[in-house]
Design a protein around this ligand. Structure first.
Ligand SMILES: Nc1ncnc2c1ncn2[C@@H]1O[C@H](COP(=O)(O)OP(=O)(O)OP(=O)(O)O)[C@@H](O)[C@H]1O
Ligand SMILES: [Mg+2]
Length: 278
């Protein structure tokens, strides 16, 4: 870890939803565990100002919008302080478009945290498009806070032998060490191409030596990887995956397994990429 990254904050994006407040709780806990400051950001787009359509926006209406935005930040800040009083919390209301602003924030952060968004009608919780884009492109690891809070004392990592998944494995061990939790590495074999030549067992063995106090298991299952990981997420504090795996098409920033678990896991999901700052 370089000296610069020591002070890099955990950054959390808030939008006023209950989901984003749950993300604030998670980010505050994580900042406390990592001894990092917490930075809360609400990106405030001014859509009406930029459209030539319709009547000019009344300044009283603008004031209302601005006040709501300030309240969102204020509520999130109070929530973080109540959750983790020992963490340094700063917040900012930023005028701009969410994705570019959050990508800029992630470039200066040790970890970016976002909430999953509720899609009311069907009662299902899918990560919004901002979250998917951030997980795909951010310079730092991204955690989408979703599912139930389990306190299972178990971190689950999906490993397919790719560099990204080995980075996920390393970061899973670090998270397990921070929480005094156990670690389960899952290698799912669905196609013959999923079989690897022992790299995974070697990587787990090396990390076991590095983190001897962490109860560790490597489980190889015959199943679709996303299904195996989603099922394991029902009893995990955190599921860690790589942004890409061994297969896939060039150009896609997030593989299909990562995307599926981001939308369906029953616990927070961390997306790691080899070479990402940590
Ligand atoms: N067979 C698997 N077993 C366990 N975890 C897996 C498996 N396949 C993928 N993963 C997890 O998901 C991450 C992303 O891989 P994913 O399969 O989504 O991307 P990809 O292989 O690049 O694309 P795709 O498989 O969609 O063609 C991996 O880094 C790993 O953490
Ligand atoms: Mg794959």
């Amino acid at each position: 870890m370089d000296t610069e990254s020591v002070a890099k904050p955990v950054v959390v994006g808030v939008d006023g939803s209950e989901c984003s407040l749950t993300a604030v709780d998670w980010a505050a806990d994580e900042a406390k565990l990592r001894h990092r400051p917490l930075r809360i950001v609400h990106v405030f787009a001014w859509p009406l100002l930029y459209t030539p359509l319709g009547a000019p926006l009344l300044s009283s209406r603008l004031d209302d919008l601005m006040e709501t935005a300030r309240q969102i930040v204020h509520t999130a800040e109070r929530r973080a302080q109540a959750r983790a009083p020992e963490v340094d919390v700063e917040s900012e209301l930023i005028d701009g478009a969410p994705i570019p602003v959050l990508l800029e924030e992630a470039a200066r952060a040790s970890l970016a945290v976002i909430g999953s968004r509720g899609l009311g009608a069907v009662g299902a919780l899918f990560l919004g498009s901002t979250g998917v884009e951030l997980a795909a492109r951010a310079a730092c690891p991204v955690v989408a806070v979703r599912g139930r809070e389990h306190k299972a004392q178990r971190i689950v990592v999906g490993v397919d032998g790719s560099d990204n998944s080995l980075m996920a494995l390393w970061s899973g061990f670090e998270e397990a060490a921070l929480r005094a939790a156990g670690l389960t590495a899952i290698h799912a074999i669905h196609h013959p191409a999923d079989e690897t030549d022992g790299d995974i067992a070697d990587a787990v063995a090396r990390l076991r030596e590095r983190f001897p106090d962490i109860p560790t298991e490597l489980t190889t299952v015959t199943a679709h990887p996303a299904e195996a990981l989603i099922s394991a997420s029902a009893d995990a504090d955190l599921l860690v995956v790589g942004s890409r795996g061994r297969g896939g098409f060039r150009g896609l920033m997030l593989g299909s397994v990562s995307q599926t678990v981001l939308h369906n896991a029953d616990c927070p999901v961390a997306v790691q990429r080899a070479g990402k700052a940590h």
